[in-house]
Design a protein around this ligand. Structure first.
Ligand code: ADP
Ligand code: MG
Length: 242
């Protein structure tokens, strides 16, 4: 069953067309990795899915609700579709627990007691129960990103979008974050992950999508795309990662 269905998605900035008809589907419980060169529209595609960008044309349906409908409720969309950013986007003046609790309080209208209980469980799930009272500056980049993941998880979304979640991290911290994502996958979370971590995509993804020039050039199982790419553009992109 499709949890996220993107059809004919187009996005232009002025006269520059950045997405030129993207079709992509993520089924329940799948981990789909999106790879492709810088500037190919990967971030724009993710940002269109939770309306951080307004699509120019096309349809996005998440969990049966049309995100691109003119009457859509943005708050519902953002509770249904979690997002994890490259730069974490945590509030520096709030503790880990407060960062994770915020949307539970302000958007979902939970009581403080309920919000903190849910937030604490999410922090424990990413291995940060003991860091709940720490501020972002007191945490490593990998820990900050795990707070970012806990914040997404706490809202119990149907799908989580990750935009290069490990690109801002020192190499020794990358694996901790990838392990949290592997664990989420095991728990059945549906995930769409833009990444340059090719070993992770190869080993962990149910499907791999290669984007270039604002379109999906090729997609298949991880084995198909990495071991037997069909398109010349995919082959030359992968050759650079040797
Ligand atoms: P990727 O994530 O694959 O590197 P992006 O989606 O960030 O690609 O960007 C795709 C193209 O869209 C790039 O050429 C980028 O310069 C352009 N772009 C992205 N955001 C904007 C914006 N807000 N205004 C104008 N151009 C943008
Ligand atoms: Mg990007």
């Amino acid at each position: 069953m499709a949890i996220l269905e993107i059809s004919g998605l187009r996005k232009s900035y002025g006269s520059t067309e950045v997405l030129r008809g993207v079709d992509l589907q993520v089924n329940a419980g799948e981990l789909v990795c999106v790879i492709g060169p810088s500037g190919s529209g990967k971030s724009t595609m993710l940002r269109c899915c939770n309306l951080l960008e307004v699509p120019t044309q096309g349809q996005i349906v998440a969990n049966g609700h049309e995100v691109t409908s003119p009457s859509v409720n943005i708050n519902h969309v953002r509770q249904d579709i979690g997002m994890v950013f490259q730069q974490f986007n945590l509030y520096p003046h709030l503790t880990a627990l407060e960062n994770v609790s915020l949307a539970l309080l302000k958007v979902q209208g939970k009581t403080k007691v309920d919000a903190e209980q849910i937030a604490m469980a999410a922090l424990e799930q990413v291995g940060l129960g003991a860091r709940a009272k720490f501020y972002p500056a007191q945490l490593s980049g990998g820990q900050q990103q795990r707070v970012g993941i806990a914040r997404a998880v706490a809202l119990k979304p149907h799908v989580i979008l990750f935009d290069e979640p490990t690109s801002a991290l020192d190499p020794e911290l990358v694996e901790d974050v990838l392990n949290v994502m592997r664990d989420l996958r095991k728990r059945g979370m549906t995930m769409l992950v833009v990444t340059h971590e090719m070993a992770f995509a190869h080993a962990a993804a149910d499907r791999v999508v290669f984007m270039d020039g604002g379109v999906v050039v090729e997609q298949g199982t991880a084995a198909e795309v990495f071991e037997a790419p069909r398109e010349a553009r995919t082959k030359s992109f992968l050759a650079r990662y040797g």
